[in-house]
Design a protein around this ligand. Structure first.
Ligand SMILES: Cc1cc2nc3c(=O)[nH]c(=O)nc-3n(C[C@H](O)[C@H](O)[C@H](O)COP(=O)(O)OP(=O)(O)OC[C@H]3O[C@@H](n4cnc5c(N)ncnc54)[C@H](O)[C@@H]3O)c2cc1C
Length: 391
């Protein structure tokens, strides 16, 4: 029988899935239902689109190892009619800096990362000073840097490439908002759109990013995924800082080069309110009060920095264990989840989507076992916690 799939949400997850489904099965009928094809508030269009090997769980390290290979070759496998996309991949390490209180955790993560095959180096404060003369190592006990396979890319170009390629392979994009889901006898039987039309499919996939909880609720399932606003500052700095990595400070901010500028963000302060789906207005006041002082203390050259502009986007935040939530929910035979990536979904999309396509088409993961991220862990109260979450 012909595979017949509806994907709710056409961001990076939904579009990468549409690509893999139509790549593996040219006869599959794949409909991506997206309410806003301009992606104005989609996470995928507002992402910092960076990739790292330095996770605290083996499954995430393995996903990154596979993902970086796919990103390196995106121009080949995502080309359409000879037109190769340019996703602007820049390979540069993530530099994690920790104080004494996090040193044991850094070393534990480092052991796990190297055991999984990632090349990550530990650096003492003296080694950090020698390698990064512009860095203050005040309060730093140790650092770690990926020797390769980390960096950043143009997230919107990757999204666009997946959409084009999926369409070229026969995926259909339908503009519409899923407003209700009918369930009968452990199956999703139809989707109702906001315009009142009803549609039936063999499989339904929740790829609704920060709004995934609402889709799950339509089907009577509780999903701990929230739309958490994160503000990204675009900063001008005239000092020459060659080879600047993606720096993650012990205080919780991150910063990286972005063309002629730098971009960065500060994690919410401990105990600060982090509400669900506030307006997407950047929290400009946090630049002077939190971000800039911490940044200038760590990299004194930024004392002369200037805020150029800022934007805000939603993390698809999994409050249970800050990791992707994947696969079939035990109570429904044809509703598949790919949600809750908590700030690392852009880099994981090529590999996670491949796994979900395999699951739908063959009933199991083939290229990489993603079972650790199964949705069943929510029901068993068995967190698979990712400790290296950024902000
Ligand atoms: C500021 C910021 C920085 C980030 N930095 C990184 C990073 O450095 N590296 C990294 O890997 N990840 C990063 N992320 C996270 C990453 O961007 C997300 O995990 C990823 O984009 C999620 O993709 P998605 O397709 O699931 O969600 P989205 O891109 O949000 O797509 C979901 C889509 O579903 C649609 N939709 C929702 N509800 C409905 C409905 N009812 N009917 C129809 N359509 C619907 C929406 O319109 C939307 O287009 C960052 C995110 C933000 C906000």
């Amino acid at each position: 029988m012909r595979t017949d799939v509806a994907v709710i949400g056409g961001g990076i997850m939904g579009s990468a899935l549409a690509y893999w489904l139509t790549h593996f099965d040219a006869g599959a009928s794949v409909t991506v239902i997206e309410r806003d094809p301009s992606y104005a508030s989609a996470s995928s269009a507002l992402s910092a689109a960076s990739i790292r090997q330095q996770f605290s769980t083996a499954v995430n390290v393995r996903i990154s190892q596979m993902s970086i290979e796919l990103l390196r070759n995106a121009a080949t496998w995502l080309a359409v009619d000879g037109r190769a996309p340019d996703i602007g991949l820049t390979e540069r390490g993530y530099l994690y800096l920790v104080g004494a209180e996090r040193q044991a955790a850094l070393r534990e993560a480092h052991a796990l990362q190297t055991a999984a095959g990632a090349e990550v180096e530990l650096l003492s404060p003296e080694e950090l000073r020698a390698r990064y003369p512009w860095l203050s190592v005040e309060g730093i006990a140790e650092g770690s840097i990926g020797a390769g396979a980390e960096g950043w890319f143009d997230g919107y170009s990757l999204l666009d490439a997946f959409v084009r390629k999926a369409k070229s392979q026969g995926a259909r994009y339908l503009k519409g908002e899923v407003a209700a889901i009918d369930v009968d006898n452990h199956r999703v039987t139809s989707l109702t759109l906001a315009d009142g039309t009803r549609h039936s499919f063999g499989w339904v996939v929740n790829a609704a990013g920060p709004w995934a909880r609402q889709i799950a609720q339509f089907a009577g399932i509780e999903l701990p995924v929230f739309a958490r606003r994160r503000t990204v500052f675009v900063i001008a700095c005239r000092a020459a800082l060659p080879g600047f990595p993606l720096l993650i400070d012990r205080s919780g901010f991150w910063i990286r080069p972005d063309g002629a500028h730098f971009i960065g963000a500060a994690a919410p302060l401990a105990g600060a309110a982090d509400p669900d789906e506030p307006p997407l207005e950047p929290e400009l006041e946090r630049f002077e009060s939190e971000f800039w002082p911490a940044l200038a203390a760590r990299v004194p050259a930024f004392e002369a920095a200037r805020l150029e502009r800022a934007w805000a986007g939603y993390y698809d935040y999994n409050s249970f264990d800050q990791n992707g939530i994947l696969g079939l929910h035990p109570s429904l035979d044809n509703l598949v989840f790919m949600n809750g990536f908590s700030g690392h979904g852009m880099q994981q999309a090529p590999v996670v989507a491949r796994g979900i396509a395999e699951l739908i088409l063959t009933g199991r993961y083939v290229a990489l076992d993603l079972g650790d991220l199964g949705i069943g862990r929510l029901l068993d109260d068995r967190p698979h916690k990712e400790l290296n979450v950024i902000g």
